[in-house]
Design a protein around this ligand. Structure first.
Ligand SMILES: O=C[C@H](O)[C@H](O)[C@H](O)COP(=O)(O)O
Length: 257
């Protein structure tokens, strides 16, 4: 058993960007997780939420908190997330068993001034949105690159990730470009890791649709959802409560509505 290390005392990681992610994630857990009242915990996907799971694992190892954290049930958002939960000694549960979640933590690809998000850079947005919208509290953790200076689509240039049924990818790409005005809508390929499209944890494809700067993400989200063949968009609207951004100087900026 070991007491939780304070963020300030931690040795720097080799990569300053990882330091920024870790500081944001640790602060977000320390300031929002209530080990006595929270029990069902949503764990997102990506490289920043790794530090959320790590921090919660540190609470598990601290005598003061073990009796609470050992009773946590953590709800994953995909294969990587499940492994994060298990690797940190936490109890794994399912959203079928726990459709109401107390608090969820996850990363983001971009955050605008209204706390609207683009997510899905890692192709996990369907289960992430299922968990984040089933949670009473949803906290975003990110590094400084993710805070948009303006609209969504300003810094994140890869397009809005959209999960689609594989048989519908041609139709959805056509509709995104011809009905909704996407500059381009391209199926995400596996590159050198996999010949052909990547396949999500839900056995679907991802289309990345470039809409440039998105002035009205709420409307765009609805318009995309109405297209036949769309499973879920990477636009997370009116969902996040707060966002923690780790900066390269070790500071953390907190955005809330
Ligand atoms: O599909 C992946 C998720 O939406 C991630 O949370 C998002 O891409 C951010 O990932 P990272 O924390 O690695 O920047």
């Amino acid at each position: 058993m070991a007491p939780i290390p304070s963020v300030e005392d931690l040795p720097h990681l080799a990569n300053p960007l990882e330091d920024a992610k870790r500081t944001a994630a640790y602060r977000a857990v320390d300031e929002n997780l209530n080990v006595e009242t929270h029990k069902i915990i949503g764990i997102g996907s990506g490289s920043t939420v790794v530090y959320v799971a790590e921090r919660i694992g540190q609470y598990l190892l601290d005598d003061k908190y073990t009796k609470f954290v050992s009773k946590f049930i953590c709800i994953p958002t995909g294969f990587q997330s499940r492994k994060l939960i298990l690797d940190n000694g936490l109890q794994l549960g399912s959203i079928e068993q726990h459709p109401v979640i107390d608090i969820a933590f996850d990363g983001a690809d971009e955050v605008d001034a209204n706390l609207q998000l683009i997510k899905g850079g890692g192709a996990c947005q369907f289960q992430e949105k299922l968990v984040s919208t089933s949670s009473k509290l949803f906290i975003v953790v990110a590094d400084y690159r993710k805070k948009s200076p303006h609209y969504l689509g300003t810094n994140w240039k890869q397009g809005v990730p959209i999960e689609v049924v594989p048989s519908a990818y041609v139709r959805v790409a056509h509709d995104l470009e011809n009905l909704l005005g996407a500059k381009k809508a391209v199926v995400r390929q596996g590159g050198s890791a996999k010949a052909g499209p990547i396949v999500t944890d839900n056995n679907n494809f991802i289309i990345d649709a470039d809409f440039g700067e998105i002035e009205d993400p709420k409307k765009l989200n609805i318009d995309i959802k109405l297209l036949v063949g769309v499973v879920e968009t990477g636009l997370f609207i009116d969902n996040a409560e707060k966002a923690y951004f780790g900066n390269s100087d070790g500071s953390v900026e907190v955005q809330s509505n």
